[in-house]
Structures are given as C-alpha cells and as structure tokens.
Design a protein around this ligand. Structure first.
Ligand code: ITT
Length: 200
C-alpha cells in the first residue's frame, strides 16, 4: 500500500515517516512525498483555516495520484498572548520566504514587545487524507505548552526551540525527536490515520 504525502517541509516529512513506522506500518506501507513527482506544483495555501489548507494540499496531490492514499497536513503555533497568531501563518510569519530562524526571531520579538502577554500556546496539526476510493478523512492533534523566553536546543524544526510542552522544563528541541514524537500534535493526528490505514 502506498501513502503519498503533500509536503515540501522535510522536518514534517521526517516526523511522518518516523511516526508511521513506529506504528509498525513499514512492512506494508510505502511512503512517498510530492518531491518525487516532477509534474507536481504546490498549490497556493489561501484557505482561512488549518482544515481548509490541509484539504487544498491533499486535493492537489489526489489530482495527480488518484486511486491511492494521499494526505496533506496544515499545522502551526497559536499563542494566546498574540490572539492565536502566528496560527495558519506560522510558516511565513516573518515574510513570504521567511526561514525558521527568522520566524522564531519575530515571535520572540513580538513577545518582548508585550512583556505581560500570556505565553501559553498550542501546536495544532490537521491532516486531510483521501483513501483509494476518494473518501475524505480528517484527523487533528494538539499539544499545549508555553513560549520560552529564549531559543534552546537544536533538534526538530520550526518553533521547536521556543516551545516548552506542559509539564516539561525543556523545549521540544532540547527534549529530542523521540520524545517529541510521543507527545506531539502531529503524533496525535497520525493515530487516527494509522488506524484507518490498518483497516484499509
Ligand atoms: P507544507 O505546507 O509544504 O507541508 P509548511 O512548512 O509550509 O510545509 P504549513 O503551511 O503547515 O507547512 O506550516 C507549518 C509551520 O508551522 C511550520 O513551517 C512551522 O513553522 C510551524 N510548525 C508546525 N508544526 C511544527 C512543529 O512540530 N514544530 C515546530 N514548528 C512547527
């Protein structure tokens, strides 16, 4: 069985591969990514929600790969003291071509400008998958935590080095990928997908 993943983000792709393999899927699941399809061009993510954007990505890949499992994921960081920002704009918070370090620097600056701001935050992952029959499936996961005062740690991607999960002292980037994959928003969303892939 094949699963095609619509992502250009290697950090995400790496985590999906690990999460799905941990679920003992590797024996019968072949994971492929959009980068293997020279004809695939990433659609504009102009939805107004995580769900809408995940659906845009999954549908674009389904158009090129009908009759197999395909999925897209939209994820992001919602900070209470910033009224839920960066949210669906997480990948481009500091500008259209912003790098992870630029986005993190902007987030820390925004928090510094609001010293009393609530640092509580959550990571959200919404996956839209289409099964080989073309039926849509939606899965969601969240991870609660708070924004650290400074960057700490070196593993992972995106905002991992400034996110401290509830009940922890360390950032996700200090805790490491194995720990992150036990608790993350993405791990929780993948649980439902795994169950459906097993049934399929
Ligand atoms: P694709 O759309 O190609 O999948 P993307 O990086 O643009 O890649 P999104 O639009 O879903 O993906 O944006 C997700 C952003 O949210 C990501 O670039 C990070 O900045 C942040 N993010 C999501 N999950 C994260 C995680 O587990 N750790 C750290 N940051 C994360």
């Amino acid at each position: 069985m094949e699963l095609w993943i619509a992502t250009s983000n290697n950090g995400k792709l790496n985590e999906f591969k690990m999460l799905l393999n941990v679920a003992v899927m590797e024996k019968f699941l072949e994971i492929h990514a959009q980068s293997e399809l020279p004809v695939f061009s990433q659609p504009p993510e102009n939805g107004d929600s995580f769900l809408a954007n995940a659906r845009i990505k999954a549908r674009a890949l389904k158009a090129v790969k009908p009759g197999t499992w395909v999925m897209g994921e939209d994820s992001g960081l919602m900070v209470n003291g910033l009224n839920g920002l960066p949210g669906i704009h997480s990948a481009r918070y500091a500008g259209p071509k912003a790098s992870d370090p630029e986005n993190v620097a902007k987030l820390l600056k925004m928090m510094t400008l609001r010293p009393m701001a609530n640092r509580k935050a959550q990571f959200v992952s919404v996956i839209v998958a289409f099964d080989p029959q073309g039926v849509e499936h939606i899965y969601e996961g969240k991870l609660e935590g708070e924004i650290a005062k400074a960057q700490r740690g070196s593993t992972g991607f995106g905002y991992d080095n400034v996110f401290v999960p509830d009940g922890e002292q360390k950032t996700l980037a200090e805790l490491g990928l194995a720990h992150k994959n036990k608790i993350s928003h993405r791990a929780k969303a993948v649980l439902g997908l795994t169950a459906d892939l097993m049934k399929s």
